[in-house]
Design a protein around this ligand. Structure first.
Ligand SMILES: [Zn+2]
Length: 584
């Protein structure tokens, strides 16, 4: 520390004792989050607004999604405490417009307390995603393969690396637009790192790797699931295709999503055409990939609960397509296509809702007792709901390990009509209910799952691909005092009316009060949209796969965080291994 800096430090008022350099920046935000310099005078530029609590030397640079510098907007400028703006027109230091993608403003302040930097994402794209309330939407991105599984291989090129490169670029664009993102991995690893037997069949196999990806999306109650792949085709064969499952109750939505994705992939890939290469449209196809498939007891007990697709953006059989997949521009164009497809999907889908549990019912309660929950419901569809058209329901469904993936309707405990809700608007509702009889849950020793869903007419939104909020409850038996029947005819007590003591302690029901809720846990925490994530710590965000042992106890919590913090993207590492034809 130089003499001047020391003097500055000493000269600071006493009230700042214990202050840290980070306190120098009291706010930093970008507006608009999505901008597009096309000369319409509306979103041609974007602006970083920041406020300083004390004097500092300030620099502002523009970086790409991974943190690499592109342009300097403000060079070591001395600024007093106060509010400042710096805007950017989407041009690099050489004056050309940059590619549509995610970028970062990096604000660096220096004074006697030290040096501090923070990043704010911004997205350059034609459209903002669900501008009514982007933070109400969660996108699950699953970069196919990873770690020991390279996916398709051609020479030194691995599918897993391209999948991740595309996924990280898409993720940054979505974060820039204010959308929540949950990733199954953000580096070159398997997802099921704890080698958990997710399918509970006594062995840990590749299906458990796929199941762990599903768990992360379900735990976040994501709106859509994108399994990003590139095809393992025979040499010389290229092309683009998108898969969906047509057996789901929300198959029509899956198909719409798949068609939208495929159309945008073709549109964006055409911008890369050359005199010798043109993208080949292999179409939209249906197959029950494990990460997309329907519920099947004993095989897939917890399928993805939301619409999903598995696009193969390019094919490794084509030497030119491999080159595109190894280029930043190629991966970015594919990410743009997914971004645009998501914009279109969220602007037109029929149903969308987000639940936040504001106040949970107790984990254990007496049968017949009056309880309540408080739930915030957000209409994340593009349409307004008229008063009473949508009702919130609370049902009790049979306890199964972790959470119900069967979409069982259960026994209705409460139905609360919702008020009118504009697109993107929220309401909080109290849900009073009576705890069901212990006898309804004897098979699981009193365990039941409380499930919050929405109902429109006869359509349960869970059936339409809106993952319900689920929570465990243990029902306590209130044993009736043994009625010592007077001299009358001895009423021979018919069979053992399940008394709590002989209730079979179900092997797969959490015996200890399961405090954590499977679907809730990861989502309950956030409340804060991805807006203000300091980039200081380029941590591995969510990737960490569930490490919970697949015992019966508390439902495992996959570690993916929905409130995804911007991260320094991993620079795709090459890997090597043997060819595997593209499973998942
Ligand atoms: Zn693959």
């Amino acid at each position: 520390m130089g003499l001047v800096a020391q003097l500055l430090f000493v000269a600071l008022p006493a009230t700042t004792a214990g202050a840290s350099i980070a306190d120098t920046v009291t706010m930093a935000s970008v507006s608009p989050r999505v901008f597009f310099p096309n000369g319409d005078g509306v979103t041609d530029t974007t602006r970083l607004h920041y406020e300083l609590s004390r004097r500092a030397t300030v620099s502002v640079t523009i970086r790409d999604y991974a943190g690499r510098g592109l342009r300097t907007l403000r060079v070591a400028t001395a600024q007093a405490a106060g509010a400042y703006n710096v805007s950017w027109n989407g041009r690099s230091s050489t004056g050309g417009l940059v590619q549509d993608a995610a970028y970062r403003f990096r604000l660096t302040v220096t004074n006697g307390l030290g040096t501090f930097s923070l990043d704010r994402y911004v997205t350059k794209a034609r459209h903002a995603i669900y501008p009514q309330n982007p933070g109400s939407i969660t996108v699950a991105i699953d970069p196919g393969h990873g770690g020991p599984d390279p996916g398709a291989v051609r020479g030194t090129a691995n599918e897993k690396t391209a999948n991740l490169g595309i996924a990280m670029r898409l993720r940054a664009m979505l974060l820039g637009a204010g959308v929540r993102v949950v990733m199954t991995r953000t580096s070159d690893t398997r997802v099921n790192r704890g080698l958990v037997d997710w399918t509970r069949d006594g062995k840990v196999v590749y299906r458990d790797e796929l199941a762990s990806r599903i768990e992360i999306a379900n735990a976040a109650r994501a709106d859509v699931f994108l399994a990003l792949h590139n095809n393992g085709t025979p040499p010389g064969v290229g092309g683009t295709e998108t898969w969906y499952d047509r057996t789901r109750t929300f198959a029509a939505t899956n198909r719409t999503l798949a068609t939208t994705v495929q159309t945008q992939l073709m549109t964006f890939l055409r911008t890369l055409r050359t005199s010798t290469w043109y993208p080949k449209d292999r179409g939209v196809k249906a197959l029950d990939f494990y990460v997309l498939r329907s519920y099947l007891p004993g095989y897939c007990d917890r399928p993805t609960l939301m619409p999903g697709v598995l696009p193969e953006s390019l094919a490794m059989g084509s030497a030119y397509e491999v080159r595109l997949l190894q280029s930043s521009r190629g991966m970015q164009v594919i990410a743009e296509a997914y971004y645009e497809a998501l914009y279109r999907f969220f602007a037109t889908r029929t149903w969308g809702a987000r639940y936040d549990l504001i106040s949970a019912p107790p984990a254990t309660a007496d049968e017949g007792s009056a309880q309540s929950a408080r739930v915030r419901v957000t209409n994340s569809s593009p349409r307004a709901w008229v008063a009473g058209a949508v009702s919130l329901t609370l049902s009790s469904v049979p306890a199964v390990p972790w959470y119900d993936g069967s979409n069982a309707p259960g026994t209705r405990l409460a139905t609360i009509p919702l008020p009118a809700l504009a697109a993107g608007a929220s309401t909080e509702v109290d849900v009073p209910f009576t705890v069901p009889a212990y006898a309804t849950a004897t098979a699981r020793g009193g365990m039941t799952i409380l499930k919050v869903d929405l109902l429109s007419g006869t359509t349960r939104l869970a059936t339409a691909g809106v993952p319900p909020l689920q929570r465990w409850m243990t029902i306590r038996s209130v044993a009736p005092p043994p009625t010592p029947t007077p001299s009358e005819t001895p009423t021979p007590t018919e069979g053992p009316t399940a008394s709590p003591t002989d209730a079979p302690t179900a092997t797969d029901a959490p015996t200890d009060a399961p405090t954590a809720t499977p679907t809730d846990a990861p989502i309950a925490t956030p409340t804060e949209a991805p807006t203000e994530a300091p980039t200081e710590a380029p941590t591995e965000a969510p990737t960490e796969a569930p490490t919970a042992a697949p015992t019966d106890s508390p439902p495992p919590t996959p570690t993916a965080t929905p409130t995804d913090a911007p991260t320094d993207a991993p620079t795709a590492e090459p890997g090597s291994a043997s060819p595997v034809p593209n499973p998942s």
